[in-house]
Design a protein around this ligand. Structure first.
Ligand SMILES: Nc1ncnc2c1ncn2[C@@H]1O[C@H](COP(=O)(O)OP(=O)(O)OP(=O)(O)O)[C@@H](O)[C@H]1O
Length: 904
């Protein structure tokens, strides 16, 4: 195969990596201050209601097929797989795999682990042994099914001592551990037609053409690996729709995988040499990541990627025709081929009757048997089978968690009737509210003084929260609602309720800009309060509060003169002591995550049920002054109620499901950013400004970057826009500005002194200028769908009709953005975001801090499986409270990890 080696472009130090850094958050301080919650700087994950992505299919694998598969190999082919389109569900199964990391030896490649002679010899012996012995051994040594998975690996025939040791060193002690080493992805020969759109996450298999570690200057270096891939030529595909890439015309595309290092120590030659030697010219590699088009035709850049070296150029055995090829996360220094072989061996030894879950349950929920699921996850015939296997294995993760928790709770309850009652409560979770008459006087007065009436959903939310505040146990509640639905005022009312009962409230937000905005908003609302005597004292405390003033605020908080403090993470500094903090509102806005307080256990749960009733009947809300503060987290992240309820026993969820009256959906258009496109945008802007509107222009970067010449930059555009829109005032807002400058600019925009605000995504979080009526997002393909939805939420917050124009750098990106034209539903868009982002973003990233980590389940996507698992666990326990009727399940439960996934 003939490849032209493209010239790698030199990279200069630039501002390309500049981000609008939010205020740094010291998580440990947060944890100390609010012991009942743990906050984590979880990467942004958008949750959505899991739609049924799984085909209702229960295809069982035929052993002969598998045998054929083990021995099957075909001539090599370059493949390209468009995951979101080709695969019906999520297929990335290991969340522990991270993008290549500096300094971690061979964290993701097997290149330097090519088998030694000794290893090859061992391998060969093993293979012979296996052919001769597996069948015999299985017949003569049948293991009780319950114990099979927990057998040590030396149970497998033909495993050399050295291999056994290697596997053991990598934590693969038992067959269960080995079989649970799931592929994190599959490369697929089929579906190689998709066009490559900018911003898509794709998987390619190709050949390494070059690997260079380059020192750009004394403190900056980079690694560039170029991988050439054969893909179907789009034009030929369009004429030959039914054919496949293998049959049609092909072309070569070039993937430039780039990784940058800043710091002198990364510029040393030996380091760079070691880096580049990880990939040898000719290696066959599977690459996954987000592609960006480069200027040169058929050249694409990937900056966040995963690369697996599958073999050298002469070894095409990895390409099993028409079969998804499993890509495993690396495990220490284990040779992936060896690992694959041993897994195959374990599968062959797997008895068919290992499933502890009764068949009626697996049938009811359309699940593969455990035996078939292990086969299908490791050796799928097609991607649907892998997906079904994944469904079953995820089901198990949720099921045993649910089963264990409910089982423990039932053990803590005495009588049969109580046990049934508890299960019933779980079947039909209820929400309680406290009607307005029972609110504190202050809350009622505050409500009356609001310049608008609460929507019914807001009112319900406040009633729900206040009901919880009256309980003698600390509340841990999530207030969730789409952008602009009015969460802030609901949280303010909750604060008023505790202040009205003589306690204090803290309101913590992720940025200073937002703290000031909320503080001013609160002061404005309090101004309308007629009874001056009951006006609470509210203070602002951020990192920029002058020393003298912050000392005074701290003193006021300590001696109780200040009832409410709004601020950033400065609120949880050691020095800040409250006299009677009763509620902590945490506006998490994707940046904080809230995880459960402590571990669930039956006692806590049972006691909260009984005390709940006491609290409601005798109103004993004041007897618990020494408890941890109530926590109310706010989030615009869509999380399905059923999911939260199924997952957490003592976490409450309040949702705002409607928008304030008079809102109209933001009219959204996608436009290609060529000359004509910009002319149209400017014309629309002018119309809007002449009509008295205010316009946000959002940019992906602050300064122009030589490296990213296609990107428009906020500060560089200031002049262009100012001269284009003479007579209108333009301002600039980005994360690198000082806090008071930012606030000053935003104030001017709010008051109308500025009509155009050029900003970066710093405005994404919570900025509220109700009469801003138009937003233009430059290079909008650089943003995720959910992020664009958040950004767009900055307009249309008042009654004025608003527009959002998404300008894309290239026509190829328009498709992805069109989904925003069609929907303004946060749930739907978060769902689409996940699908469109594909697996790349899911690789190795942590879940949102709301949620526990599961080995393969993705709560964003698997909510429906969680619900099934919840129902199945209830069904089992209803039939047998103590699991005596299901000894295999009971044993399996005890073999599984202790139930410490949640909290702690
Ligand atoms: N019931 C209501 N009627 C009219 N306007 C309202 C109502 N509730 C809130 N608002 C206004 O709606 C705007 C958005 O409210 P708020 O900032 O609380 O939204 P949010 O849910 O926090 O949104 P985001 O997630 O974007 O921060 C504010 O200007 C607020 O004053």
């Amino acid at each position: 195969m003939d490849y032209n080696l493209p010239n790698g472009s030199g990279i200069k130090k630039s501002e390309m990596n500049e981000k609008d850094a939010l205020d740094d958050i010291d998580i440990s301080l947060i944890c100390e201050r609010f012991p009942s919650i743990t906050l984590g700087s979880a990467s942004r994950v958008d949750l959505y209601d899991g739609t049924t992505l799984y085909p209702e299919k229960t295809g069982i694998l035929v052993p002969e097929d598998l045998e054929q598969y083990f021995s099957d190999s075909s001539e090599g082919r370059w493949v390209q797989n468009t995951l979101p389109e080709a695969w019906p569900s999520l297929y990335i199964n290991d969340s522990s795999v991270t993008a290549p990391e500096l300094g971690k030896e061979d964290s993701h490649t097997c290149h330097s682990m090519s088998p030694t002679y000794e290893e090859k010899l061992d391998h060969q012996v093993m293979e012979e042994d296996s052919q001769n012995n597996v069948g015999q051994q299985l017949q003569s040594d049948l293991t009780p099914r319950e114990l099979f998975l927990d057998k040590p690996l030396n149970y497998l025939p033909g495993l050399s001592k050295r291999h056994y040791q290697q596997l053991d060193d990598c934590g693969l002690h038992t067959l269960r551990k080995l079989l649970h080493h799931f592929p994190r992805s599959y490369a697929n020969l089929r579906n190689a037609h998709a066009k490559i759109d900018d911003g898509q996450y794709l998987i390619f298999v190709g050949k390494v053409l070059s690997s260079r570690g380059v020192r750009a200057n004394c403190s900056f270096s980079f690694l560039e690996v170029i991988v050439g891939c054969q893909v179907a030529d789009n034009e030929s595909v369009s004429q030959n729709v039914t054919g496949n890439a293998i049959g049609g015309q092909e072309k070569t595309i070039y993937l430039h995988l780039k990784k940058f290092f800043r710091g002198t120590r990364f510029t040393f030659k030996p380091f760079l040499k070691r880096l580049e030697e990880k990939y040898q010219v000719g290696d066959i590699a599977c690459v996954s990541g987000q592609v960006r088009t480069m200027r040169a035709k058929d050249h694409y850049e990937m900056r966040e990627y995963n690369i697996d070296v599958l073999g050298d150029g002469n070894d095409f055995s990895f390409c099993v025709k028409e079969r998804p090829y499993p890509i495993y996360p690396s495990k220490g220094r284990l040779n992936p081929t060896l690992l694959r072989d041993i897994i195959g061996r374990a599968l062959q030894a797997l008895p068919t009757n290992i499933d502890p879950i009764p068949e009626d349950i697996t049938k009811q929920f359309g699940l593969l048997s455990l035996h078939d699921a292990y086969f299908a996850i490791h050796k799928p015939k097609d991607i649907n089978e892998a997906d079904l296997a994944r469904k079953r294995l995820i089901f198990d993760e949720f099921f045993y968690l649910q089963l264990g928790r409910l089982f423990q709770m039932l053990e803590g309850v005495g009588t049969q009737i109580e046990k049934d009652g508890l299960l019933d409560k779980y079947r039909r979770p209820q929400s309680n509210t406290l009607c307005t008459e029972e609110w504190s006087d202050l809350t009622k007065k505050f409500l009356e003084a609001l310049p608008y009436t609460l929507t019914s959903s807001q009112l319900h939310a406040v009633s729900e929260i206040i009901w919880d505040l009256k309980r003698p146990v600390p509340m841990n509640r999530l207030l969730q609602g789409d952008v602009g639905c009015g969460k802030t005022v609901v949280a303010f009312l909750a604060c008023m309720e505790v202040i009205g009962s003589g306690f204090q409230a803290a309101f913590m937000v992720p940025t200073e800009l937002l703290a000031i905005q909320h503080y001013e908003h609160m002061l404005t609302l309090l101004e309308n309060l007629h009874d001056a005597n009951c006006k609470p004292t509210v203070a602002l405390l951020t990192g920029s509060t002058p020393l003298k003033q912050s000392r005074m605020v701290r003193k006021g908080i300590q001696d109780g003169e200040i009832s409410m403090v709004i601020g950033t993470h400065s609120l949880i500094a050691d020095k800040v002591e409250f006299s009677a903090l009763r509620i902590a509102v945490v506006d998490e806005q994707h940046r904080f995550g809230v995880i459960q307080r402590g571990r669930f256990n039956s006692k806590l749960y049972v006691s909260s049920i009984s005390s709940l009733e006491e609290a409601v009947t005798d109103g004993s809300s004041k007897s618990d002054v020494h408890m941890a503060p109530h926590v109310l987290a706010m989030s615009a992240t869509p999380i399905p109620r059923t999911l939260a309820l199924a997952l957490y026993g003592d976490m409450s969820l309040t949702q705002i499901t409607d928008l304030p009256p008079g809102r109209t959906p933001v009219e959204t258009h996608t436009i290609e950013g060529n000359d004509k496109g910009f002319e149209d945008v400017y014309k629309m802007m002018l119309d809007e400004l002449e009509d008295g509107g205010k316009v946000y222009l959002v940019y992906p970067i602050i300064e122009l970057s030589e490296q990213l010449p296609l990107l428009r930059a906020a500060s560089a555009d200031l002049e262009v826009i100012s001269s284009r829109f003479q007579g209108y005032n333009c301002g600039l807002l980005h994360g690198k500005m000082k806090s008071d400058e930012k606030e000053e600019t935003l104030k001017k925009f709010r008051t109308g002194e500025l009509q155009i605000l050029l900003a970066t995504q710093v405005i994404e979080i919570g900025v509220d200028v109700p009469d801003a009526s138009m937003m233009v997002v430059m290079n909008s393909e650089r943003f995720g769908i959910a992020q664009l939805h958040q950004l767009r939420g900055r307009v249309g917050r008042g009654t004025r009709r608003s527009k959002c124009i998404l300008v894309a750098s290239a026509a190829s990106s328009l498709n992805r953005l069109k989904v925003l034209e069609q929907s303004s539903d946060g749930f739907y868009l978060a769902n689409m975001d996940l699908i469109l982002r594909g697996p790349g973003d899911l690789l190795g990233k942590k879940q949102s801090g709301h949620l526990p980590e599961f080995p393969i389940a993705r709560l964003e996507a698997d909510g429906n499986i969680l619900q099934d698992a919840h129902l199945a666990a209830l069904k089992i326990l209803s039939a047998s409270h103590d699991l005596e009727q299901f000894p295999a399940l009971k044993l399996e439960l005890s073999m599984r990890q202790p139930l410490c996934l949640l909290g702690d």
